[in-house]
Design a protein around this ligand. Structure first.
Ligand code: NDP
Length: 335
């Protein structure tokens, strides 16, 4: 079996040398455990945070430990009554070709859908969009929503749910191809290429044009220039769901001007509701999410895109690229 471990802690954006590919003997499942052969691995932005040795909402990966991550695979051997050889399952396998998990850490998957959907549109990222909008966004028909990383699994689900509830949806995405996908595949009313705008002021002018009535809901996936551009456009009683700040995951230049007074003034004057969200708090609602969204995905009413890298050894490169917009859709590694 093969796995990818954390070889050293990255300084800013990760580089290939921060990872190591290791070979080992096949693990043997103990009592109540299951051996899984991983077929698909999910690569997610949160993994960048786990590479740092800092206190956060989840423990970091230790040096020499396997990189954390969710996988989908087939049961190779089972010492649990709940699972049989050949079952299609998902769990936190890590960046690994094979993994032994306790039966309670695995979930059986519906064979009718492509297995990789359990990592994206019908997995943690799609659920994040659904749970965050339901819990914090207070969507109202006729309002305007802005979301960055709009063709990714979180942003594309945010846009589609908001659109279905009657909002005007504005995508911010990197490059003309992603903007076209945002409009044509995910149904956004407008799409803005953040790469075509060097500074926040120019990006703000483009958002203002696309959102003539202001912004009621800003789904924060990115931070950086997108936040700077959008915050002053928020309407009174607007809502901001702070889901991620990927523009800052590679390290933040703290030497710039202090924007805190201006940010706080916007929150006060506009009476904004700013909600930080971590999907961990919402897992009790995951069955309700699946019950609502699985039929919609199966019928093609919810669109999704996947970007599939081939081979575990290519996971680090795909991960590094994803952090910089190299992915188009949910980043998966097929093993
Ligand atoms: P994506 O697949 O959308 O991948 C990341 C995307 O971020 C890139 O493709 C790129 O898209 C965009 N991006 C990266 N750097 C920048 C930048 N400097 N400026 C603008 N855009 C940038 O990721 P996900 O859909 O999986 O995740 C989206 C966000 O949600 C992340 O911030 C993630 O951490 C967060 N998240 C939070 C969770 C929670 O519980 N709070 C759970 C799941 C995800 P483009 O090329 O279009 O700019």
């Amino acid at each position: 079996m093969h796995r990818i471990t954390l070889a050293r802690r990255p300084q800013g954006m990760p580089v290939p040398e921060d990872f190591a590919l290791e070979a080992d003997d096949m693990p043997v499942p103990g009592d109540g455990e299951v051996l899984v052969a991983v077929t698909h691995l999910s690569l997610d932005p949160y993994m960048r945070g786990r590479m740092d040795d800092v206190k956060s909402y989840a423990p970091s990966v230790g040096l020499g430990e396997v990189m954390t991550g969710q996988g989908v695979g087939r049961v190779l051997a089972s010492n649990s009554k709940g699972f049989a050889e050949g079952d299609l399952v998902t769990g936190i396998t890590g960046w690994s070709s094979h993994a032994v998990l306790k039966a309670g850490e695995l979930r059986k998957l519906d064979e009718a859908l492509p297995p990789s959907t359990a990592l994206g549109v019908l997995g943690m990222p799609g659920f994040t969009a659904w749970a965050g909008l339901n819990s914090f966004a207070d969507l109202k028909a006729g309002e305007t929503l802005v979301v960055g990383a709009a063709t990714g699994p979180v942003g594309s689900m945010v846009g589609q749910i908001a659109k279905a509830r009657g909002l005007r949806t504005i995508a911010i995405a990197g490059g003309p191809e992603k903007c076209a996908l945002a409009r044509d595949t995910f149904g956004f009313d407008a799409a803005i290429d953040h790469r075509a705008h060097q500074d926040a002021r120019s990006l703000r002018a483009a958002i203002t044009e696309a959102a003539p009535d202001g912004v009621d809901v800003y789904w924060e996936n990115v931070g950086g220039k997108l936040l700077h551009a959008t915050l002053p456009l928020m309407n009174v009683h607007g809502r901001i769901v702070v889901c991620g700040t990927i523009a800052w995951y590679g390290g933040v230049d703290t030497g710039g001007p202090d924007h805190l007074p201006a940010v706080w003034r916007q929150v006060l004057v506009k009476r904004l509701r700013v909600s930080g969200m971590i999907i961990f708090d919402h897992w009790a609602d995951f069955p309700a999410f699946l019950a609502e969204m699985t039929p919609k995905v199966a019928k093609g009413e919810i669109a999704y895109l996947e970007d599939v890298a081939q081979g575990l050894e290519n996971a680090p490169a795909a991960f590094i690229a994803m952090l910089q917009g190299g992915n188009t859709g949910k980043q998966i590694v097929a093993l």
